[in-house]
Design a protein around this ligand. Structure first.
Ligand code: SF4
Length: 413
C-alpha cells in the first residue's frame, strides 16, 4: 500500500463508505457536554444535522477504517479483486479526525465501517478500539455507529455495544440464494446468528437497566441492517418479507434499502444498470406502512403488481385501490386503524383528526388544513360536507392519482 497522508486517506475512505446508506442517527439516548464535561453531544444547537432529500443522514463522519478486504463480494467496490486505490487509517487517525471534525461542528458523530483485513476478529478489534478510545480517553459524547463484522467473536460485539450508540450488521441481500451467488464467502446463518446475539444483549441490557440504573448502556440506538436492492432478482414482495422477518426476529430499529449502484470493473454476474431510485423510495414507504401504519407484510405484498411495488403511486394508495370496498372512510367516525389506511393521511394528520373531531364534526376544509394531499384524499373519505360519488369504482382512478413525473437526481451521479 502506497504511503498516503491523512487527507488522501480521507478522500479514499470517505468515498468508499458512500455506498452504505444505513447511517441515520435517530433513536439514541441523550448525552451532552453541557457544563463542561466531556466533548460532544447527541443533540442540541450547533450540531450540523443535515439530511439528503431521500432521508440519508449526512452529518456523520462516515468513513471506512480500510477499503482493503479479503472477501470478494461481487457487488462491492472494495472487494479483493477490485482495482481501486487502497488505503487504511490507523485507530489514532480515526480518533483524531473525529475529534477535529466534531470540534469544528462539521459532524454530529462517527459512522465507521471497514473491509475485512487479516481476520474478522482483528478488524472488529480495531473498530472497537476506535470507539473505546473516543469514549474512555476523550470522553466523547457524540454519536457512534459501528458496522460490525458478523464473524467476529461475540465478546468483541459485546464490547462494541458498550461504546457505540448503534451497531449494525448488513444482511446484504434479500434472499439466501442472492447471498450465496453474490457474496459466496458470507454466511447467512452467521449473519443472523450475530444479529440474534445482539438482540439478546440489547434486551438483557434493557432489563438490567430497569432494575439497576447504574448498569452501563448497551447500543442504546439498537441495531440496524442494510439490504442491497436490485443487485439480484429478488422482487419487492421478497424484500418486504425479509425486512418484516428482521424486525420481528431481531428487533431491528431500521432496515435500510440501498439501490444497487453499478461499480467500476463490475463482475459479470451483476446487472449493468441500477434500479430506479424510486424503487428504493417505495420500499421505504412500504417499510413505514409495516412499522407505523399497522399494515401486515401480506397486506403490503397485496399492493404489489407481479411482486413489485408500483412506481407511479405509493404503496398505500396501491393497496387502497385494490381494496376499494373498504372506502370511503368517514373521518368523523372511523377508528384510528382505518384512518391510517387512507391514502394521503399520515400518522400526525390522523392524530390531529382524532383530536379535532372530539370537539366538532370535521369538513373537507378541516382535512385540507391537516394535509398537503387533499386531492388524493377526496375519493377515499367522507366528511361532514363531502361524500365521493362512486369515484372509488372509476376504472381510470389510478391515472387520476398519479403525480406528474419529477426527474430524480442521481445520488452518486
Ligand atoms: S466483506 Fe464487506 S467490504 Fe469486503 S467485499 Fe464484502 S461487502 Fe465489501
Amino acid at each position: 500500500m502506497a504511503h498516503l497522508d491523512t487527507r488522501e486517506k480521507l478522500a479514499i475512505l470517505a468515498d468508499a463508505a458512500k455506498y452504505d446508506a444505513s447511517c441515520a442517527s435517530s433513536g439514541t439516548s441523550k448525552r451532552s457536554s453541557v457544563g463542561g464535561k466531556g466533548i460532544g453531544s447527541t443533540e442540541g444547537m450547533g450540531i450540523c444535522h443535515s439530511y439528503a432529500p431521500d432521508g440519508r443522514c449526512i452529518s456523520l463522519l462516515k468513513i471506512l477504517l480500510t477499503n482493503s478486504c479479503i472477501f470478494d463480494c461481487h457487488y462491492c467496490i472494495n472487494r479483493r479483486s477490485s482495482n481501486v486505490r487502497r488505503a487504511r487509517f490507523t485507530v489514532d487517525e480515526v480518533v483524531r479526525l473525529t475529534l477535529a471534525f466534531y470540534k469544528r461542528n462539521y459532524i454530529e458523530g462517527l459512522f465507521l465501517s471497514s473491509g475485512i483485513i487479516g481476520t474478522s476478529d482483528y478488524t472488529m478489534e480495531a473498530l472497537v478500539r476506535v470507539a473505546r478510545t473516543l469514549r474512555l480517553e476523550h470522553d466523547f459524547r457524540g454519536y457512534i455507529h459501528l458496522k460490525s463484522i458478523p464473524d467476529a467473536a461475540p465478546e468483541l460485539l459485546e464490547e462494541a455495544g458498550l461504546y457505540a450508540d448503534r451497531l449494525s450488521i448488513n444482511i446484504e441481500l434479500p434472499t439466501e440464494a442472492g447471498l450465496t451467488r453474490l457474496a459466496p464467502e458470507k454466511d447467512g446463518g452467521r449473519i443472523r446468528g450475530a444479529m440474534s446475539g445482539l438482540k439478546l444483549a440489547i434486551d438483557d441490557n434493557k432489563d438490567a437497566r430497569k432494575h439497576y440504573r447504574s448498569a452501563p448502556k448497551f447500543a442504546p440506538a439498537g441495531q440496524s441492517t442494510q439490504m442491497i436492492v436490485g443487485a439480484d432478482n429478488a422482487d419487492d414482495s421478497a424484500i418486504v418479507a425479509t425486512a418484516s422477518g428482521l424486525y420481528d426476529r431481531f428487533g431491528m430499529r431500521r432496515v435500510y434499502y440501498s439501490a444497487f449502484s453499478p461499480i467500476p470493473d463490475a463482475s459479470a454476474v451483476l446487472p449493468l444498470v441500477s434500479p430506479p431510485l424510486l424503487r428504493e423510495h417505495r420500499l421505504y414507504q412500504a417499510d413505514w406502512l409495516m412499522r407505523f401504519y399497522g399494515f401486515r407484510v401480506s397486506e403490503v405484498q397485496e399492493a404489489t403488481d407481479d411482486g413489485h411495488l408500483p412506481l407511479d403511486i405509493d404503496p398505500k394508495t396501491a393497496w387502497a385501490l385494490k381494496h376499494r370496498g373498504q372506502f370511503p372512510v368517514d373521518i368523523n367516525r372511523a377508528p384510528r386503524e382505518m384512518l391510517l389506511r387512507v391514502p394521503g393521511l399520515g400518522v400526525k394528520s390522523v392524530n390531529a383528526v382524532l383530536r379535532v373531531r372530539r370537539q366538532r364534526r370535521m369538513d373537507l376544509a378541516d382535512l385540507g388544513r391537516l394535509t398537503r394531499g387533499i386531492e388524493k384524499l377526496r375519493p377515499f373519505v367522507i366528511a361532514s360536507d363531502w361524500r365521493p360519488t362512486a369515484l372509488a369504482d372509476r376504472g381510470d382512478m389510478r391515472a387520476t392519482l398519479v403525480k406528474p413525473a419529477i426527474a430524480q437526481l442521481e445520488l452518486f451521479g
